[in-house]
Design a protein. Sequence first.
Length: 279
Amino acid sequence: MNNITIIKASGEKAPFKIEKLISSLQRAGADKTVIDQITEGIEGTLYDGITTKKIYQMAFKMLKSKSRVSASKYKLKKAIMELGPTGFPFEKFVGKILEHEGFQAEVGVIVQGHCVQHEVDVAAIKDNKHYMIECKYHSDQGRFCNVKIPLYIQSRFLDVEKQWEKQLGHQTKFHQGWVYTNTRFTTDAIQFGTCMGLGLVSWDYPKDNSLKYRIDKSGLHPLTALTTLTKAEKTKLLDTGIVLCKELHEKPELLKEIGINKQRHKKILEDSEALCKSI
């Protein structure tokens, strides 16, 4: 199978590596028997030029038939993309992660800078740390955040920081701008952010602080990961202002409010509770 070429979401070509598929299934909690069945099934249908999207769809379908919860974990990246079409649910999602980590987070705030006002996606405070966070949500896996994004955010942050420093008590605070994205950063975006001291968080960067890592660690899965909800039902729940499986488990009455019958409640709540468990 080493001669099979796959097409990534970005259009880039790469050799197929079964180890990557096995690793992703292991992270989803699938046992060895299930993993062996899925990899055997996929290896038998591979062809040169197959897309990673097609491989994912086949693996997800097979995994879902074996374990709904594992399938929900396996589709985590796609589930975050399903928080759209606007970026606001993703901003709320980032705010919830920060709150879980002990920050006081406020989503969608107007902040006065030295020169002009700025609409900030998330403002977060913890101890002496004061962060201005911008969230860049993409519904397409192939779209990366290039260097223009951190350049723009850093200039806004510097204007805000200059105003923050005038406030009483802020002389001892550590101020920093951050960019969160659900896809990836280009190499030059990471280089600029690192050079300027701008915090960067993407799907898989940095390794020990990425979205993927922090969601697995905290158990804060988006409700869009649930395979027991339809797309329309997920949209209705997002419209109520909740974004987490955890919130759904804490407010089960929301299922009734959006018209889901009692027979389905048990499966949905069982899955949401299982997803709340951190690794």
